[in-house]
Design a protein around this ligand. Sequence first.
Ligand code: GLA
Length: 393
Amino acid sequence: MPNTNPAIKNRASALEQRFVELFGKSPRVYQAPGRVNLIGEHTDYNDGFVMPAAIGFYTQAAVAARPDRKLAIHSENYSEQVEFDLDDLPATGAGHWSDYVVGVVKMLLRYGKKLGGANLLVDGNVPQGAGLSSSASLEVAVGYALLDLGGPSTIDRTRLALLCQQAENEFVGARCGIMDQFVASHGKHGQALLLDCRSLEYRQLPMPDDAVLAISNTMVKHSIAKGEYNQRRAECEAGVRALSKRLPQVRALRDVTPEDLERYRHELPEVVVRRCRHVVGENARVLKAAAALERGDLQAFGNLMLESHRSLRDDFEVSCSELDLMVELAGQAEGVYGTRMTGGGFGGCTIALVQAGCVEAFQRTVREGYERSTGRKPEIYICAAADGVGRLA
Ligand code: GLA
């Protein structure tokens, strides 16, 4: 998939040169994007619906085969190189950046892929710790690169996404859903994806020409994020266990209707009711938002984004004061259809859908307001939906 963007081509050729310096051979170069989620938060691990888009920030991976069974991985971001033996990989992650790479290699091997030794150089510009899925972009870039190096057969992008998710769940130790790896694999220029996380069927939804995705980075990530994420999953699972006693067809919160929840709410702890209410409502909102986008009703789409934020804030309780402030400020700017927190929560970014002509005023309002209240300078990224993983050179 040739990429004609000059900035990306420059980065790729710089990476190629660096690879030659480090490993003395010309590599192939691949890249996979970060993502933003338009709507459908904390629904993926409940077999529900999400609507992410890949964005124009990437992890690039340069790779060449080597004759032995070693895997050398050099990170430009961490200025560090580590080496592993393909026949003696560690059993679990070590809390190191290379876990994302080694985890993917392990899952590819376990799935039966034949991998040979390789030298790898990785470099990314997806903001880290900002909830824009820099780790999924690393996993998918490396997985795709190693599979492509192995032979010309077509790569099953859905399988790749699943193996990368498995790497994160079983090797890195984060219980994430499928959304991030899926959109890093399947993203399409100019399109958001409506993904059914149960069947893994998806539909592309063209993004309107006259609106942009404005991603505002709060520049904070609260350390409780990982523990709280796992706790939310456990609370959703508790809801499923209790409800399935009454409703045997319920396998996941995806199968629960608002009426079901209302009927049996007194049998669930109050906090579990609120978690379930978020997920049940959010799934319905994603489907309504897809319909709104398809009929070009950005106002309706924006209202659903706001409802999603309130539900994440009040019922699912994964927002924080910085995200709430960012949403409030964006809501005050002219030409904003809607805005909400995006990603797992407890910091990271908000997303706003903004009329193309109003972007500069939006940036000013949000930047000045946020800095005035918090003393932090936010970063604002104006994005278009981008392509998923592919080979660059
Ligand atoms: C993180 C996870 C995703 C998803 C979101 C919340 O980004 O990696 O799988 O659960 O949080 O929607």
